[in-house]
Design a protein around this ligand. Structure first.
Ligand code: ACO
Length: 339
């Protein structure tokens, strides 16, 4: 039997914000571990045992972050049964925008014809989707907007160093989207906790391409426009931050982990997810995992997983779900939703 929250959740005090549609998109091209073993000194066995990843999707050269974001958005719009003209705000969480400016959200707006929306990108690396969900919720609960399109989209393979076996085996491309709207009733986002720690900005970053270090003729060979990562340190921080975010979101919601029907985590590494399951004291089966098929798609990962869990019936109306993410910055977030 479903448990009642032990303390008053935020939804009883605030305007309810529900996810009324989800969508996702991954590119056609598949790159397997076997393919990678012909590109760098690695093996299917190493990648599978250290990460759980078997394959990832690679966007076409002319397939931009905004193209993937648009495909995901149109799926979500269709499921939500709304017109793009009803959307008041478009938030695209991404670390790989089409251009430094304008915002990728503006490109999406043009492609879907959401002419009444304000548009901006959210930069919180892999944690961006839940940061954007929280921003959307704030706009809706404050009665500023009614309908917000939130997208997590990344083309990490465009900033991958394909000669670095430490990183190139981890990432893939894709996009996920959700339509958030005020809806009567109790279900919707119950609580969100977001956090950051800039002291660790040097363990996962892309040094070049911004104003601090533009790519020039002199430095173009240094791979500054690719992902730099201290994998071991990221791993440690990821487990700590995701655990803390999960606990804080549950506490704010007045729920226990045992009330949660499905945990949808950032899809970076199966060992990180196993460590979190172990420390939360719940079986791995409670987690929705698709990183074996897509690798780490950054801001898209949790959004794609949410859409798959929704469309496959893994999450059902009335279920409590916990989403928990982690990314460069450092950034982290946890969200509890009554579906
Ligand atoms: N194939 C074969 N060997 C490899 C590979 C590879 N692809 N990559 C590294 N190795 C080697 C290393 O060179 C090292 O060799 P050495 O002992 O001779 O020096 C050995 O394997 C062990 O390397 P470790 O770094 O100790 O391996 P570890 O068990 O820590 O796994 C991994 C590495 C998978 C990167 C892990 O640390 C991890 O998952 N970290 C978190 C990464 C992550 O989640 N990043 C993104 C999070 S946020 C975001 O999504 C942007």
């Amino acid at each position: 039997m479903k448990r009642q929250p032990s303390s008053s959740p935020r939804s009883t005090k605030r305007r309810t914000v529900s996810i009324i549609g989800t969508g996702s998109y991954v590119p056609e091209k598949i790159l397997t571990n076997e393919d990678l073993s012909h590109m760098v000194d690695t093996s299917d066995e190493w990648i599978t045992t250290r990460t759980g990843i078997k394959q990832r999707r690679i966007a076409a050269k002319d397939e931009n972050t905004s193209d993937m974001a648009t495909r995901a958005a149109l799926n979500a719009i269709e499921q939500a049964k709304i017109s793009p003209k009803e959307i008041n705000l478009i938030l695209v969480a991404t670390a790989t925008p089409d251009m430094l400016f304008p915002a990728t959200a503006c490109f999406v707006q043009k492609k879907i014809g959401a002419t009444n929306a304000a548009c901006l990108d959210v930069s919180a690396a892999c944690a961006g989707f839940l940061f954007a969900v929280e921003i959307a919720q704030q706009f809706i609960t404050s009665h500023t907007y009614d309908t917000v399109l939130v997208i997590g989209a990344d083309k990490l393979t465009s900033i991958t160093n394909w000669t670095d076996r430490n990183t190139c085996v981890l990432f893939g491309d894709g996009a996920g989207a959700a339509i958030l709207k005020h809806r009567g009733g109790s279900h919707g986002v119950i609580s969100t906790h977001i956090g950051s720690d800039g002291r660790y900005s040097d363990i996962l970053f892309m040094p070049g391409g911004g104003s601090r270090c533009p790519i020039t003729r002199d430095n173009v060979d240094l791979n500054l426009q690719t992902i730099h990562m201290n994998g071991k340190e990221v791993y440690k921080q990821a487990v700590t931050a995701m655990l803390s975010a999960a606990k804080k979101a549950l506490e704010q919601a007045g729920l226990s982990i045992h009330d949660i029907a499905c945990v949808i985590p950032h899809q970076a590494n199966l060992r990180i997810i196993e460590a979190i399951a172990d420390r939360l004291g719940i079986p791995l089966e409670k987690f929705y995992v698709n990183l074996d098929r897509y690798g780490n798609t950054s801001a898209a990962a949790v959004a794609i997983a949410l859409d798959e869990a929704n469309r496959s019936g893994r999450i059902k109306a009335g279920d409590y779900i916990l989403m928990v993410v982690f990314g460069g910055g450092l950034t982290w977030a946890g969200t509890v939703i009554e579906w």
